[in-house]
Design a protein around this ligand. Structure first.
Ligand SMILES: C[S@@+](CC[C@H](N)C(=O)[O-])C[C@H]1O[C@@H](n2cnc3c(N)ncnc32)[C@H](O)[C@@H]1O
Length: 209
């Protein structure tokens, strides 16, 4: 798995990932009122954080990987110096309008119940959590043995984990929505219908209730 500078270079030069990032950023920026604060949760190397800050949003970042965090400090050094990007760590005490978790951050969790409870203290009422997660229904994965081996788990339990992939978990949207309640309500899922067969990533928008 790529980390730090390697991840940064890889993801920035992949047209497919770039297109996904552009869509995600547009959705996040459209959701954020002017000047609203945001927390980029699992911020990686700070690609999105730099964009939020450039659009006038005070941006808190949480990134548990040292290699990712070190590269973030380099990539966002000007924003960190100007205090428009601020590194934070659990327990998360910042108060923001929106939390974003781009590119499968939530797939690193086995269960999201305590995460959403923690985020309920971070997000203002009416605010949001926007996550892009690996789509368990993506037909491009059918060629892999692990996908076929877990199909029954997906149908029965709405979730499965792949040990060979650093314990990356995949979830049906309803399972994440259940974990987010009672603090957050799933407001939007995209794509829907047939799009779920063709897109590697799905976007889930949760509204703080
Ligand atoms: C594929 S990277 C995405 C990074 C960044 N969000 C982006 O858009 O490029 C997944 C990130 O999730 C982070 N991560 C893993 N476990 C996490 C956890 N428990 N809490 C927060 N972030 C986590 C990883 O360190 C990694 O930076």
């Amino acid at each position: 798995m790529h980390v730090g500078e390697q991840y940064h270079e890889f993801i920035q030069t992949s047209p497919r990932d770039q297109a996904v990032r552009d869509r995600f950023l547009k959705m996040a920026l459209d959701l954020l009122p002017e000047g609203a604060d945001v927390l980029d949760f699992g911020a990686g190397t700070g690609i999105d954080a730099k964009t939020y800050a450039a659009h006038g949003h005070l941006t808190f970042v949480y990134e548990p990987s040292a290699a990712m965090g070190e590269y973030l400090a380099q990539h966002c050094r000007d924003e960190i110096a100007r205090e428009t990007v601020i590194a934070t760590a659990p327990p998360l005490t910042c108060k923001v309008q929106g939390v974003t978790a781009n590119f499968a951050v939530l797939n690193h969790f086995e269960d999201h119940t305590s995460l959403f409870e923690d985020l309920s203290h971070v997000v203002h009422q009416g605010g949001f959590v926007l996550a892009s997660m690996l789509n368990p229904y993506y037909l491009g994965d059918v060629r892999y043995g692990w996908w076929r081996a877990n199909l029954l788990n997906l149908v029965r339990h709405g979730r499965y984990a792949i040990s060979s992939e650093s314990r990356i978990h995949r979830f049906a949207p309803r399972v994440v929505a259940r974990a987010a309640a009672p603090y957050f309500r799933l407001e939007r899922l995209s794509p829907r219908g047939l799009g779920l067969a063709t897109d590697l990533y799905m976007f889930l928008l949760f509204r703080r209730v």
